[in-house]
Design a protein around this ligand. Structure first.
Ligand code: ATP
Ligand code: MN
Length: 451
């Protein structure tokens, strides 16, 4: 197996001669020596390599290396006399695999994230974006661990879909270059990119019990905010024989599990975010793992907002769809912790959410977190055929088109629940990045999709 810097720093094989590959972060020359900082992406830290003038290509190659060059280095690992680092490598060979030009855009100084967004192809080579890449990977792995440990079945729901998960947002259309008029639809029906895998997940929940999807999701909403993307990844569990209470427990346990997992496994990267991106991040995350989430019915949330004496941009009254300013006020200033808001007005929620006995609210739950607002949206689903049909008619949906969905209520219907966790919003919360565009390798937003 290829040797990587992470393995070496974890358990330095002192005295051994090793070969490593990576990219040059910095080069510093002092009479007859060069200090090369090699980074291979396996961890934040690089390895210091000492190359001296006895190497055959010292003057011809090594002394002319620019930042960004790729190198294969062989040398002996020794204890380092320098402060702040444990080991260093004394090179016996430095092979230049690929040179880099002096105009390499990522020089030592810190660049703004806006500047880096203009070069999605180079930005993962910076400390911060590299760390996001590693933490994102770990979180994805932990998502699967969480569900697999609980015997959930991983389900691939379709990316191309003909059913609009009503209320979730604008759909991108999918068609070939030859479609003209309704006769020629490739799928015999207008199609789009999925805005949620929920409806299909319900199908499998009604067969396999507990399932989850984790896939790309697309929304053509023109929202140029720091928390919306046109393409994002969503984790959507769907559970049979599970009510709203059970749903909230799973969602809370999952968030705690994921956060605890990165705190344990991404120590160095998380320290970087704590130092340079969000002061107090580690404290914030630890308290999320330790404290219970506050539960707050929507009606009480509205009362708190009304009593706050605040003048919000968007006026507060019972029935409004809470905006991010309201959500953030509640979880940042009133409670200073994550909040689960439940029982929203039926009128602002999609048809599939279960009607409460009061006839005007539904068994919905959103999890709001400080700094972002909504991170999870979920509900208990309407399992009663008659009530569901009535809700669909009210929403102006065709019962024929959703016949398959209604079948789930005709044949062995059962209470069931699920939610959607936006993966990038989770990465944003965990890393403290202020803009969601830094949490996905190649962000897609209105007017922007360079590579
Ligand atoms: P918002 O009100 O913030 O636009 P939403 O209520 O439309 O979100 P849901 O349909 O409930 O979102 O989707 C479930 C989750 O998916 C949200 O809680 C959020 O974490 C995430 N999400 C939704 N839209 C986006 C988006 N455009 N970009 C990134 N994540 C998103
Ligand atoms: Mn939502």
């Amino acid at each position: 197996m290829k040797l990587r810097i992470k393995n070496i720093l974890n358990k330095p094989p002192l005295g051994e001669t090793l070969t490593l590959c990576g990219w040059l972060r910095t080069r510093r020359d002092t009479g007859g020596f060069s200090f090369l900082e090699l980074n291979d992406g396996s961890c934040l830290s690089g390895l210091q390599v000492i190359a001296d003038a006895s190497l055959a290509n010292y003057d011809s190659d090594i002394k002319t290396l620019n930042t960004g060059a790729s190198l294969q280095i062989t040398g002996e690992l020794k204890e380092s006399p320098a402060q702040g680092q444990v080991v260093e490598m004394h090179a016996t060979s430095v092979e230049v695999v690929g040179v880099s030009c002096p105009d390499y855009p990522l020089q030592k100084k810190r660049h703004s994230f806006e500047f880096l967004r203009e070069m999605s192809h180079l930005r993962p080579r910076t400390n911060a974006l590299g760390a996001v890449g590693r933490v994102r990977s770990r979180l994805g792995y932990a998502v699967h661990n969480f569900f697999q440990e609980r015997d959930f079945i991983f389900l691939h729901t379709p990316i191309i879909t003909t059913s609009d998960c009503e209320g979730a947002g604008e759909m991108f259309q999918v068609r070939t270059g030859h479609e003209h008029g309704s006769e020629s639809h490739f799928f015999g029906h207008p199609a789009g990119l999925t805005v949620s895998g929920q409806l299909q997940a319900e199908v499998y929940a009604m067969a396999l019990g507990d399932v989850y999807t984790f896939g790309p999701t697309f929304r053509a909403e023109n929202s140029n905010t720091s928390r919306h993307l046109a393409e994002f990844w969503m984790i959507e569990p769907e559970m049979a024989f599970c009510d709203l209470q059970c749903n909230m427990e799973v969602a809370g346990d999952m968030l705690k599990y994921l956060i605890a997992d990165v705190l344990e496994h991404c120590v160095e990267d998380m320290q970087l975010f704590n130092n340079f991106i969000e002061k107090g991040l580690l404290e914030k995350l630890k308290s999320v793992v330790e404290k219970d989430f506050v539960h707050l019915p929507y009606t009480e949330a509205i009362e708190l907002l009304e009593k706050s004496g605040r003048s919000f941009d968007y006026p507060v009254k019972w029935g409004i769809d809470m905006q991010s300013e309201h959500e953030r006020y509640l979880c940042e200033e009133v409670f200073s912790c994550p909040l689960i808001v439940t029982d929203y007005p039926a009128a602002i929620k999609p048809f599939y959410m279960r009607m409460n006995d009061d006839g005007r609210t539904v068994a919905a739950m959103d999890i709001l977190v400080p700094g972002i607002g909504e991170i999870v949206g979920g509900s208990q689903r309407e399992e009663r055929l008659k009530v569901l049909e009535a809700r669909m008619k009210e929403a102006g949906l065709s019962l024929e088109e959703y016949d398959w969905y209604l079948d789930l209520r005709r044949y062995g219907s059962a209470p069931h629940s699920g939610f959607g966790l936006g993966f990038e919003r989770l990465v944003q919360f965990v890393t403290g990045m202020s803009n969601i565009r830094e949490t996905i390798p190649f962000p897609r937003t209105p007017g922007f999709a360079p590579c």
